[in-house]
Design a protein around this ligand. Structure first.
Ligand SMILES: [Zn+2]
Length: 113
């Protein structure tokens, strides 16, 4: 499996095309990037069979994970605080990182706009 171009139906114009990112085809992604409007198309949950928190509890735990991580707590401490297994804390770390990347990307867009 890989992250090569995938044919999708664009979230913006509903036309089929090669996926660039955020559910947008290349032309739309480029256009929105230039216009500084990419934030209108939040990054969708990973299409890979990866894990992401589901339901209210999962989202809440992810929020708490991010809050503790932001305060500089170690993964082991966060794991203790949240009562997670080692595997679970890794999953939350990954999900938190993806969310932070999405946030960082939207900040970059605002700055360049
Ligand atoms: Zn489009």
């Amino acid at each position: 499996m890989g992250r090569h171009t995938v044919d999708i139906r664009c979230r913006c114009c509903k036309k089929p095309g090669k996926h660039m990112g955020r559910g947008l085809i290349i032309s739309c992604y480029t256009r929105h990037q230039r216009a500084g409007t990419l934030h209108r198309f939040p990054i969708p949950k990973p299409a890979s069979p990866g894990w992401s928190p589901t339901g209210r509890l999962g989202e809440k735990t992810l929020d708490r994970y991010i809050a503790l991580d932001t305060r500089g707590l170690s993964p082991a401490r966060i794991r203790f605080e949240l009562g997670l297994s080692a595997r679970q804390v890794q999953r939350y770390a990954k999900a938190a990182k993806e969310r932070q990347l999405a946030a960082a990307e939207s900040i970059t867009e605002r700055q360049s706009a």
